[in-house]
Design a protein around this ligand. Sequence first.
Ligand SMILES: *Cc1c(COP(=O)(O)O)cnc(C)c1O
Length: 466
Amino acid sequence: MTKITNHLPTKELQALDAAHHMHPFTEDAALAKKGARIITRGKGVWLTDSEGQQIIDGMAGLWCVNIGYGRKDLAEVAAQQMEELCYYNTFFQTSHVPAIALAAKIAELAPGDLNHVFYAGSGSEANDTNIRLVRRYWDVKGKPEKTVIISRKNAYHGSTMGGGSLGGMTGIWAQGGLPIPDIVHIDQPYWWGEGGDMDEDDFGLARARELEKKIEEIGPDRVAAFIGEPIQGAGGVIVPPATYWPEIQRICDKYGILLIADEVITGFGRTGNWFGSQTFGIKPHIMTIAKGLSSGYAPIGGSIICDEVYETIATSGDDFNHGYTYSGHPVASAVALKNLEIMQDEKIVEHVRDVAHPYLMERWQKLADHPLVGEAKLVGLMGSIALTPDKAARARFASDAGTVGYRCRERCFANNLIMRHVGDRMIIAPSLTITPAEIDVLVDRATTSLDECYAGLKSDGLLKAA
Ligand SMILES: *Cc1c(COP(=O)(O)O)cnc(C)c1O
């Protein structure tokens, strides 16, 4: 069998990469000067790079390799499915076994009456679908003027025109004319960063009630839906105050607007339940899924839709004029199904809840004692720490946001730990299969990196509050 391995020296791979491969969310010229780190193999929570370094992946790739790298059983299912039926579409009154079996499995796992799956190739595509779905729903209901979707600042819902518009990241909006019309954003429930003197619970309520104010301002007859991640992921693993989601739910119920939970990260075990909505008591009409659905072994995403929304659209008397060539791709569906079966058979959600989370929690919380750390948050296996020059004041650094976070990430990289920074927050989301011994390695390397970062900031005079 031909294998794509490290067939060239690192320098040559980097040169080819720089010459021909344009990277997502990257300033390519700057990367070209430095050279990308080239990852060649993965096993469990471990990566190997082209220089043979062993790296512990604190991010499960991009929050997706929940089951860990290098599973032979998933590779075998993919190979079998490619031989059996590599591709067929689901557009013109046809279907196939992998798409059917996976939809039934997702409906079995999803809470309440979330019983219907519309497939996409990614989380961004699924959120584009959601824009179409909720507007179509209200149109069929005879309320075509209900088109506005309310989201949050600093949310991440993908980077297509629709997904990037639903998201609240100004860096994305600044390029390409986003957000598209009729998508509006309220403030995020980020107490540590924006709570000021307010009590955390009061702040959660206040931020949720911005939704009510916004609905009243726009007019309830214009609002189609609210979308939110149960925990903001790419925004910095921002865990909302306990009061936040119940109030959001109350407001959505009161005004009868659709609630979309973007579960692309929080779905499939990440928070210690199958879905983040279960962890926070949210009852969404639609869930966005991707990432952990296939543990990143194949690109697949989708929307899980409740009975009422589904039935309204399905019985409208017209086609739903939307779909992707690879909606329910057989190989991706077969891989995702096998991934979910393994999660069930090997009790991986239980492992998160009963073993990995409690063990990591004990060690993660102690990081809050580090002089550089303002707070340490962890829900399931989704964690963050806020870096600060002054804990008591919950102060930001005087340097540009992200300067310190980037320096910390560089120390992690040097210590063979992948931990990401979002501004000056450091975040983790390791594979759900991580063992206590591996958690020790992760936290030990994180501590070393924090120590080195702190020393560097001190000697460079960067420990100043804004
Ligand atoms: C990653 C992510 C997306 C986008 O998914 P892609 O597969 O990258 O398009 C959407 N929503 C959330 C919450 C995400 O974390």
